[in-house]
Design a protein around this ligand. Sequence first.
Ligand code: ZN
Length: 420
Amino acid sequence: MGQQTIAMLRFGVIWSSLAGVLAVALPVVTQAVADEPSSAAKESILVDANFPSGNVMVDAIVGDTVTLHQDLRDTAGDWFYWHFRVRGAAGRTLRFCFRDSNPIGTRGPAASFDGGLTWSWLGTNAVKGKTFTCAFPAASSEARLCFGIPYLESNLKGFLKRHQRDPRLKVETLCKTPKGRRVELLRLGRLDGKAKECVVLTCRHHACEMMASYSLEGIMEAVLAGDEGRGLREQVELFVVPFMDKDGVEEGDQGKNRKPHDHNRDYDGESRYASVRAVRKLISGRLGQRQIALALDMHCPHIRGPRNEVIYFVGGPEEENWARVGALGKVLEAVQRGPLQYRANDNLPFGQAWNNQQGPPRSFGRWTAVQPNVRIGTTIEIPYANVGETTVTPENARAFGHDLVRAMAKCFLPATGSAP
Ligand SMILES: [Zn+2]
């Protein structure tokens, strides 16, 4: 039994007497183990979240059925991120029943049977309501199941290692998090300080929005090594903060709607979060005298539904800025080649749907839109699991990043196109 085991549930004669106690006790359980006296040959099933980006609350394991729910922590209201590890299930088929809201996305859960290295969607055939079924391969000693396909610091480290000898990439530290983690600031492209145009990219203001990170990685790989990025890497300097809420990403927080407000509602007054303070200083201080062609914050939308299965830019009330976003979007629509299709008509103008935040600018997109050295300040939403009929994968999300680079090159390089 693991040293981290908090509860051991021995189902059988004591189950009914325990049930009343468990209903109260289990919300604090992060790992549960089931021994099945009736089938001694079967291994104990362990379900836990004790690894980077893990998130689950196990309510019960009875036979082949695991009842669980996502760990909301300091989230105001409900959200849908979860990510757990299963051991002792090799060769078995288990049912996972979510106790509370339905946190299963439009392509079912994502699964990894090699300890989190490679992932695929289980698909909707595995799903019924808020329950899904997973058959664990006989050789899988450790599986991971997640709402989406995780992207955390270890993924970024892999990317940086692949490009570590590239002179057009520099890794700096933006700041430290409250828990002592490093928030990376990457500089890419023309690094001698003479680039006429800069681009600032941020991601994971909302910790759980992992699929956007693959598109960000696609942008970076195209800028460093792709044909479509050649002009940008020679003439533009990019500043990239891959994890605005690094603690939240690594600890498996929802991040969205964190109390008292989340990282993307922290751009007004005195910022609460060190990374937000540092980004504001970067844009208005270090880059204060330079031209920022684009300040783009990359997100994933809500779990499912009409607004959440398309890629779109989010508008603010500044009409000129929004017109420039629209022009960039038109170019993107024209130059894109990847499987994830963006349509400029899907953009969300200010005042529509959820996009009606009143008062002073509090989000990165709204705040950057009113900075004097920023030409386009905005937010892009990239769905977790499907764009129209197309299933989102790490590969095609990266390809969308390449498409964004095509659009930036066309819009921001005077030699190849006109500025929007
Ligand atoms: Zn978001």
